[in-house]
Design a protein around this ligand. Structure first.
Ligand SMILES: Cc1cc2nc3c(=O)[nH]c(=O)nc-3n(C[C@H](O)[C@H](O)[C@H](O)COP(=O)(O)O)c2cc1C
Ligand code: SF4
Length: 518
């Protein structure tokens, strides 16, 4: 029987040499006249093991990693096709602790299947949610999503069902589903992994959203820095269209739905939903004032659902397994699972899907394994560039929207950046202000001007110029930005700045004279 060898096609694996590894494996198969084939799967999300090569054996899939092209000959000599022993052998993939301890609902197929095989997709529960949705009324679908407790995974945590209901109830000759795949937050790659590793789940989720709200067209808005995701998503859309999943009659039903991928130039503010809509319409990516809500007047002024990739990709499993199944995971008002992305100075970086509720310390110390440098963890920034820096003293905070908000933090898109004790938190605070100054759309003064003044003030603190007065000024600037900005770019930049000042006051003391003179 033909043996299947899996080599990821995910961008992270490609960056680490997966293409060369795949070619070397194909070469060995041919040179040795073996009955084996290579399937290019998505990533399992264990980035320190990429490129992770797997072989399907009678006992299950056996993993090897990280594999370099130069290792391939030795792997074949060691009996790769039967899961032979080798220093790179990691045993059964599903038994690797990082993977075994996860609850993979949204990412259940990612890394398991050939992303562009509809056959694989169906084999692993794909399209079951859509099949159910087709025979339900829009109100029933919306109720199921509402009851599941699903909240937007893009950052704001707004209940997805309520947003869908607003669009369902809105009158309009044309409605739209817009998938926010801009993924601008630092330390985040979950959206990209889904688009490259299981694109049909996003197509299925968007189609269900269309049926629920009466929208017949969908757009995936992503950034040009994601060429592999764009290519895979576009191919998957064509395959789905050819199979009758997309088009005038979704899976033979009376519902029409079709979609396409659009790419932007990659401005952080274009991830903000109204700015995204402007960009999608071909205009400058500048934030629109709300109201009107995009749900009522969104793309081209029509009722529009704007949802993050993970929000939409979580819908198929909810429809398939039911709202109660999904809602049973999690804590408080944070229901279901969340794909946590662990990055920065960390030993085991990658994607870890789990129910809400793990403590930050468990995630960083146990799952992430502490820093890659081996030095003590000093701070963790959760939620991208607008997220707060948490010190070890806050490591008991459970991963939950409300628990983080109660400690002046946010979960955002669930990206975590780890820093060791060499991090300079005044520098990080300055960076937050600088990032805001560069990325600001320029529409409102507190953000546009405040961020530049923030950079100057941080520099004065560093130089020891009236440090107490300038620290008070920085806090005052933050207060103005927090309450006077139109969107969360200006409004949340104070979180990293103030958390750095509050939790690491020693870093805001003037530098010793030697450094100041440099
Ligand atoms: C500056 C800024 C950048 C944002 N970037 C993203 C992004 O990259 N992806 C995303 O899904 N949401 C982003 N958001 C949040 C969106 O405005 C919006 O809340 C989200 O797309 C709604 O989808 P959800 O309810 O599924 O989370 C950003 C918001 C702001 C203020
Ligand atoms: S806060 Fe900044 S990014 Fe947001 S609308 Fe105002 S100027 Fe634009």
């Amino acid at each position: 029987m033909t043996v299947t060898i899996f080599v990821p096609r995910d961008a992270a694996a490609l960056a680490l040499g997966a293409e060369k590894v795949a070619k070397a494996i194909a070469h060995e198969i041919e040179a040795r006249g073996l009955d084996a084939k290579v399937v290019r799967n998505g990533s399992r999300g264990m980035l320190w093991l990429e490129p992770l090569v797997e072989v399907r054996t009678e006992h299950g899939r056996i993993a090897y990693g990280p594999v370099k092209a130069g290792d391939v000959k030795g792997l074949f000599d060691a009996g790769l096709l039967t899961g032979g022993d080798h220093p790179l052998c990691l045993g059964l993939t599903k038994e690797i602790p990082f993977l075994r301890q996860q609850t993979r609902l949204t990412f259940s197929r990612c890394g398991v299947t050939d992303p562009l095989s509809l056959e694989d997709y169906r084999h692993y529960q794909g399209l079951k949610g859509l099949e159910k949705a087709i025979v339900m009324t829009p109100a029933e679908i919306v109720k199921e999503v509402t009851d599941s407790g699903l909240r937007g995974r893009g950052g704001a945590g707004f209940p997805t069902g309520i947003k869908w209901k607003t669009v369902m109830d809105a009158a309009g000759p044309q409605k739209y589903i817009v998938c926010n795949a801009d993924e601008g937050d630092s330390a985040t790659f979950a959206d990209r992994m889904i688009m490259e590793g299981d694109p049909f789940v996003l197509i299925e989720g968007m189609t269900i959203a269309g049926i629920a709200t009466g929208a017949t067209r969908g757009y995936i808005y992503t950034r040009s820095e994601y060429p592999h995701a764009i290519a895979t998503m576009s191919q998957a859309i064509e395959i789905a269209r050819a199979a009758g999943i997309l088009g005038p009659s979704v899976m033979g039903s009376a519902h029409a739905f079709d979609m396409e991928v659009r790419s932007g130039a990659g401005a952080y503010v274009c991830g903000e939903e109204t700015s995204l809509l402007n960009s999608l319409e071909g205009k400058r990516g500048i934030v629109r004032a709300k109201p009107p809500l995009p749900a009522l007047q969104g793309f081209l002024g029509r009722p529009t659902v704007v949802n993050n990739v993970i929000s939409l990709a979580s819908v198929p499993v909810i429809m398939d397994r039911g709202a109660a199944f999904y809602r049973d995971f999690g804590m408080g008002r944070s229901r279901g699972t969340i794909p946590i992305q662990i990055a920065g100075n960390v030993k085991y970086g990658g994607l870890y899907e789990t129910a809400f509720g793990l403590s930050l310390g468990e995630i960083v110390d146990h799952i992430g394994g502490g820093t890659a440098s081996g030095r003590p963890v000093k701070a963790v920034q959760v939620g991208g560039p607008l997220g707060a820096y948490f010190p070890r003293a806050l490591f008991d905070t459970p991963f939950d929207y409300e628990a983080f908000a109660a400690k002046d933090g946010l979960i955002g898109h669930a990206g975590i950046t780890v820093f060791d004790d060499t991090a300079d938190m005044l520098k990080q605070a300055r960076f937050a202000m600088e990032f805001c100054a560069i990325e600001s759309c320029g529409k409102c003064t507190p953000c546009r001007i405040g961020s530049t003044r923030g950079v100057e003030t941080a520099d004065k603190i560093r130089q020891g110029i009236e440090p107490e007065k300038n620290k008070a000024l920085l806090a005052d600037l933050c207060n103005t930005m927090k309450f006077g900005s139109l969107c969360a770019l200006g409004g949340f930049t104070p979180y990293p700045v103030m958390s750095a000042m509050t939790h690491f006051p020693e870093d805001f003391e003037p530098a010793p004279m030697v450094e100041a003179a440099e």
